[in-house]
Design a protein around this ligand. Sequence first.
Ligand code: SAM
Length: 246
Amino acid sequence: MDTERIGTEDWAELQRNLEASIPVYDRINRFATLGQDKRWRKMVRNRLPQEGRILEVGCGPGTFAEMVPTRDLTCLDPIPAMLAVAEKRVNSKRENPATFVEGTAEEMPFDNESFDGVCSLFSFRDWYDKRAGLGEVKRVLKPGGTLVIVDPAKMNRVHGWFGYLWMRMWVGSYARFICKMKDHPWKWLTKTYVHFGTTKDYVRMLEECGFEEVSAKVIFPGMATIWTAKKTKGVEKNQHHATTAE
Ligand SMILES: C[S@@+](CC[C@H](N)C(=O)[O-])C[C@H]1O[C@@H](n2cnc3c(N)ncnc32)[C@H](O)[C@@H]1O
C-alpha cells in the first residue's frame, strides 16, 4: 500500500468521482461526520494565522472558504467545475472577492513565500504525491508561516478497519438510499481512506519535509486528525550546510 502517492489513472478516476459528488458534497460530508465537519473546519480557522494571506489547497465546492469571508483568501483546486461552484458561492458573500486558481498541490502556480497560512481540508488524502505537495506548501509559505491539514484519522490498523467499515457501510448506504446514487462516487472516499497512512506517518513526513513544530491531534470522536506545522523562520539547516560547503 502506497501511503505517499496515487497512480495517474487512479487519480484521474478519483477526480472524475469528486466532480460527480459536487451536488451532494455537503450533505454527505455532514452525514459521514455526524455533523462534526463544521466544528473541525472551525478548528482549522482558529489555527491559521489571524492576519495575512491564506491559501486553501483543494478547496472543493468552497465549504471551508465560505467560513472565512473577511480573510485575504486564495483557493486552489484542479477541477474547474469545483472552482466555478466555489467562486459563485464564496464570492457572493464577500466584500473583497477571494481568488480561485486551477492547479494541484504538487505544482502550485504561486511565487515563493506568498502566503502566511496554508490549509487543506479533506484534500491531502487525494494529493497524488504528498511529499511533493508538502514541498510546494513549504515553498509558497512565508518563513514562520503555518500549515494546517485536516483529514480522516487512522491511528493504527484496528482503528483503520473501523474507519473503513464506517465509510463503506454508513456513507455508502446514505449515498445509495438517500441520494439514490447506485454507482455513487463516494466509494472513492473509502478507497483513498484505505490507502491513507496513519496520523504518525504524516507527522514523520512533515518533519522529513523540513517543517517545524509539527503536531497532530485526533479530534473527537476519533474520526479526523488535525496536523499543524510551521515553516522555519530562519535559514534552514540543510540550506546552510549547502552554502557553507560551496
Ligand atoms: C473532498 S474535497 C475537499 C473540499 C473542501 N476543502 C472542504 O473543506 O470540504 C477534495 C478536493 O481536493 C482536490 N484535490 C484532489 N487532488 C488534489 C491535488 N493533487 N492538489 C490539490 N487539490 C486536489 C479535489 O479536486 C477536491 O475538490
